[in-house]
Design a protein around this ligand. Structure first.
Ligand SMILES: Cc1ncc(COP(=O)(O)O)c(C=O)c1O
Length: 444
């Protein structure tokens, strides 16, 4: 029998509503059901849905020139966005360059190859490893998946993945060393140094990390000193520091880039998601001056490329989104809106199965445990994160559920990352829906 559907779905066992409209923090399906977008889809929709100016800017760009191949032309819209991003990045990016991609995974792939070729340009051909952390996510293509440490997302593809080395995550709520900050002396950062001592250090090219771990750990913020110590170890061993800010960048945590909370200057910053707020597929690799100099003064040519890199219409969307963020002071809104959302959620923190509400700015996570005093997680089979998601959905609120934050299998959390325009009333609706979800999933 012919099927009614042609689109390859994320999951054949699920039914997906068909979205027809969206405005502000709300999505509306074909049956006129309304959903409050408490997760900005997946931390993407920073300015909110349905901003007409963005579409107008894209239409204007495509009416002028929609596409030109980057082997032959550059476009003014890509050049303009690159200059604006570098001006917003840490000081070591001032004379840097930006490589635009179609999303976060391509940005990670690009950074892996940039790191490798950077060392070739400097006559260090032995350096190839991009070291990363367990319990992390950097994208779904094979290079990006190789540096990721998300157990469930890697599992089916294990034989296809390269292994360049994963160190401990930085996750104080379930410390992999069973230590407490500050007595731990950031043992998780020192794990990078220990790993480098175990391998032939001259094989190391770079270290990639999410400054605040998004999907996999549910907005786990590192303690003070962690990011600085990581940067120090990278400098000492002459390896590049890559900050994956696909989720945390573009203002989501209250600073343009999350590394700016700790005044650290990575060599490469990855952006995606909020950079075009979902209006166009766009990612970016911000490349600092010293890497640019190695390429410009070396072979000159980066052996890499995508047909759609630096796409004029996508970068026009990026410029229009940045205009909108700046003219509506939305970057400045994040910290206060985050505090208001946290205040609305605060009463839920005392629930006997909520172990922590964490995060920074408008990237928040809520973790659920079986036993609050020991922080023992539920079994994977109970699928608590999925049940909370379903129960909140029944209240009309969309969240981003994930399992595995404790050990890759067990550990349930949801991520909240609403648009920066979220109002106090909408925050109250989110808190109300989660309160109802907790009551439904954990009846007394
Ligand atoms: C930190 C991080 N890096 C990379 C990616 C991959 O981005 P994309 O899904 O746009 O390829 C994601 C996506 O969730 C992410 O959260």
């Amino acid at each position: 029998m012919p099927s009614d559907f042609a689109l390859f779905p994320r999951n054949f066992k699920k039914q997906f509503p068909v979205v027809v409209r969206a405005k502000g923090c709300w999505l509306i399906d074909e049956n006129e059901k309304r959903y409050l977008d408490a997760s900005g889809q997946a931390a993407v929709v920073n300015i909110g849905h349905g901003v007409a100016e963005i579409g107008h800017a894209m239409a204007e760009q495509s009416s002028q020139v929609a596409f030109a191949h980057t082997t032959q032309f550059h476009s003014a819209s890509a050049e303009k966005l690159a200059q604006r991003l570098l001006a917003l990045a840490p000081p070591n990016f001032r004379n840097g360059r930006v490589y635009f991609t179609s999303g976060g995974s391509e940005a990670t792939e690009t950074a892996i190859k940039l790191a490798r070729q950077y060392h070739l340009e400097r006559n260090q051909p032995s350096r190839y490893r991009v070291i990363s952390r367990r319990q992390s996510y950097h994208g779904s293509t094979l290079g990006a998946m190789s540096v990721s440490g998300n157990v469930a997302r890697r599992a089916p593809y294990q034989p296809l993945l390269s292994e360049w080395g994963h160190i401990a995550p930085c996750f104080c709520h379930h410390c992999p060393f069973d230590k407490k900050f500050p007595e731990c002396c950031v043992a998780c950062a020192n794990d990078l140094e220990n790993f480098l001592c175990e391998i032939d250090t001259s094989s190391a090219a770079a270290f990639i990390f999410e400054p605040i771990v998004g999907a996999t750990l549910g907005a786990a913020v590192p303690p003070d000193g962690y990011v600085a110590r990581i940067a120090e170890i990278c400098r000492k061993h002459e390896i590049l520091l890559i900050a994956d800010e696909v989720m945390t960048g573009m203002g989501r945590t209250g600073k343009l880039f999350a590394v700016q909370h700790w005044n650290v200057e990575p060599d490469i910053i990855l952006s995606g998601k909020g950079i075009a707020s979902g209006y166009a597929p766009l990612g970016a690799v911000l490349v600092s001056q010293r890497i640019v100099e190695a390429f410009a003064g070396g072979s000159g040519a980066f052996m890499h490329g995508f047909t759609y890199q630096a796409h004029p219409v996508s970068t026009a969307a990026g410029n229009a989104v940045l205009d909108y963020l700046e003219s509506n002071n939305l970057f400045d809104r994040v910290t206060l809106a985050g505090e208001l959302l946290r205040a609305a959620l605060a009463p839920l923190a005392s629930h006997s199965h909520v172990s922590e509400i964490r995060g920074l700015g408008l990237l928040l996570g809520m973790e659920f445990v079986k036993d609050k005093s020991s922080r023992e997680p539920f079994s994977k089979e109970e699928n608590i994160a999925g049940k909370i998601f379903q129960a909140a959905l029944a209240e009309g609120v969309l969240t981003y559920p994930t399992q595995g934050c404790v050990d890759g299998q067990r550990g349930d959390h949801i991520l909240l990352a609403p648009p920066f325009i979220i109002s106090p009333e909408e925050s109250a609706i989110i808190a109300g829906a989660l309160s109802a979800a907790l009551a439904k999933v954990f009846p007394t």
